[in-house]
Write a protein that binds this ligand. Structure first.
Ligand code: SF4
Length: 226
């Protein structure tokens, strides 16, 4: 598989925040978010290779039940991902897959953590990836299928409270329940996150959404492998 890093930390976002987990970060993404916090998997992807067996071996060394497969976009390597999830499941691991929810495959996973990208993720219109990103970033059929088949959360990165309208349109179109919605502030520093969190918490209280901190940004800013 093409990957960029494998490390042991705590889950920093969403409903499993704080749970010690081994992260396996695949390389390559089919989107180009302007604020991507892992550009080494998307804008300038690293392409180290590792076999599925070796990934399982490395993960097993940590003696940790929880595994998070993230990216980039893990479902770009669907065939290998299916084998990896099967092997990890057989080994008794709890598997979360973090995805931009534009590609579907049947995998053995316990939580599908979708992060559909709003308009605030668009690159500048002059950028060569703008049209592709704008066209591909929301796949209602894929989100629907994950919701039908898995335990899911939908994490939305909010730039301003105005993003709420777009989230609610999506909810209506796809039938996303409020309990599955997780809102997080956009930011790559603790200061930036803090400046937005109060407004987002207010929206969560009004709508029954979950607020998620971004523990890694709070603690380590934009550092990798932590
Ligand atoms: S979907 Fe994720 S990995 Fe891909 S460009 Fe957007 S933030 Fe980066």
């Amino acid at each position: 598989m093409k990957y960029s890093e494998l490390f042991y930390t705590i889950q920093g976002e969403g409903m499993l925040t704080g749970v010690p987990s081994v992260f396996f970060r695949t390389s390559y993404c089919n989107l180009r978010c302007i604020w991507c916090d892992t550009p080494y998997t998307s804008w300038e992807p690293e392409d180290k290779s590792i076999s599925v067996n070796k990934v399982v071996e490395e993960i097993t060394k940590y003696n940790c039940r929880y595994v998070v497969i993230t990216g980039g976009e893990p479902f770009l390597q669907a065939k290998e991902l299916m084998v990896l999830c099967h092997e990890l499941s057989e080994g008794g691991h709890h598997i979360t897959i973090e995805t931009n929810a534009t590609i579907y495959a049947d995998v053995s996973a316990h939580l599908i953590s979708m992060s559909p990208k709003l308009r605030n993720s668009n690159p500048k219109p002059s950028n060569r990836y703008f049209e592709m990103h704008q066209r591909e970033r929301i796949r209602a059929d894929v989100i629907h299928k994950f919701l039908d088949n898995y335990t899911c959360q939908l994490k939305f990165v909010m730039e301003t409270p105005k993003d709420l309208e777009e989230i609610q349109c999506l909810q209506l179109e796809i039938g996303i329940p409020n309990e599955a919605v997780v809102l997080m502030p956009q930011g790559i520093s603790a200061k930036e996150i803090q400046s937005k969190q109060e407004g987002i918490i207010k929206i969560c209280k009004q709508n029954g959404y979950r607020y998620s901190p971004r523990v890694h940004v709070d603690l380590w800013g934009n550092r990798r492998g932590v």
